[in-house]
Ligand binder design. Structure first.
Ligand code: FES
Length: 320
């Protein structure tokens, strides 16, 4: 309670005796003689104060919360009026945008709903919708670069190096970003940091090509080959429902990618296949057949399809 009283005292002194901007800041943007505090430092302080009320009786805690809310509403209204007024001054719009690049100014204006979320925040919010699914598989994704209309992301943990990462990227990450942030039209996956690999989940009879976004429904699976027809380490190009696909076996795992080079979309029939790598016969782009990763241009990759090995049958579910 004492801390709360101190806060209100500070608020009253600022509102009753406004100081000029020049008197509050020096050239370095810090208060006179007082080092600037970081946003995290100030937020930690607020969290510590909030924690004080954890053990208070409900009536007291509610009153403190209501008071804090009322002060926030007062501040929000003041900021709105201030900005509305300043915007009428020539050149002030740009000055306000520059001021909002300060982390504290930005955080406060955002918390009051005065600033809209940045593209970066919206991309993060989009990824938050799929992070629980990734976490279930021991993985995560982080944003590397946001430069509209492009975004670069990187897989972390188990998603990095997972044979299903291409599927997770297309059906999870890319879709989530483009659904939530339509102005982003290019989503690229950059190399991860080398997380653990977790491939399949399954039992003696069934091996699923695991991705959080593989929908394990009973519908849509098409028989591709018998497992015995695809030797360990072998790759076959076959047609499934009008799609030419690359079917490759790595032990008990089978991968399937559209037979279309990510460079110009050409079918790679006749391309050299060695050590799990196919080389496109046209301009020699190389792809790892276990992950679909392009070794020539890491920002692109082969389009994956779902695969399951059920008993001695290899089934494919086409991803359009
Ligand atoms: S089409 Fe495959 S490398 Fe150009």
């Amino acid at each position: 309670m004492n801390e709360a009283s101190k806060s209100s005292g500070a608020l009253r002194s600022e509102t009753s005796e406004p100081q000029s901007v020049a008197s509050q800041s020096n050239e370095n943007g810090s208060a006179d003689g007082v080092p600037e505090r970081s946003l995290e430092d100030m937020l930690s302080h607020i969290r510590a104060l909030e924690a004080l009320s954890d053990d208070w009786p409900a009536e007291q805690a509610n009153a403190a919360n209501a008071r804090a809310l009322a002060i926030e509403e007062l501040n929000a209204e003041a900021f709105k009026r201030l900005i509305r007024s300043l915007k009428t001054v020539p050149g002030m719009g740009q000055a306000l945008r520059e001021a909002a690049t300060d982390e504290v100014v930005y955080a406060v204006l955002r918390s009051h709903g005065i600033l809209k979320p940045s593209v970066h925040e919206r991309v993060e919010a989009a990824l938050d919708t799929i992070r629980p699914s990734l976490a279930d598989h021991g993985g995560d994704v982080e944003v590397v670069l946001v430069e509209p209309p492009g975004v670069q992301v990187r897989f972390l943990g188990a998603c990095d190096n997972c044979p299903a990462s291409a599927l997770t990227f297309y059906s999870g990450v890319k879709k989530a970003i483009q659904d939530h942030v339509p102005e982003i039209t290019e989503v690229k996956q950059v190399k991860g940091l080398g997380g653990a690999s977790t491939a399949g989940t399954g039992d003696d009879e069934t091996v699923y090509y695991a991705s959080p976004f593989a929908q394990y429904t009973s519908d849509g699976w098409l028989h591709a080959l018998d497992l015995a027809e695809l030797a360990d380490g072998q790759t076959k190009i076959i047609d499934i429902d009008g799609h030419s696909v690359l079917l490759s076996r790595f032990g008990d795992k089978v991968t399937c990618f559209e037979n279309a080079c990510a460079h110009m979309g050409m079918a790679m029939d006749g391309g050299e296949i060695a050590d799990g790598i196919i080389t496109c016969p046209y301009h020699e782009f190389k792809y790892a057949l276990e992950s679909g990763e392009c070794l020539t241009a890491p920002e692109v990759q082969l389009q994956p399809h779902l695969v399951r090995v059920k008993g001695d049958k290899i089934d494919v579910r086409l991803v359009e």
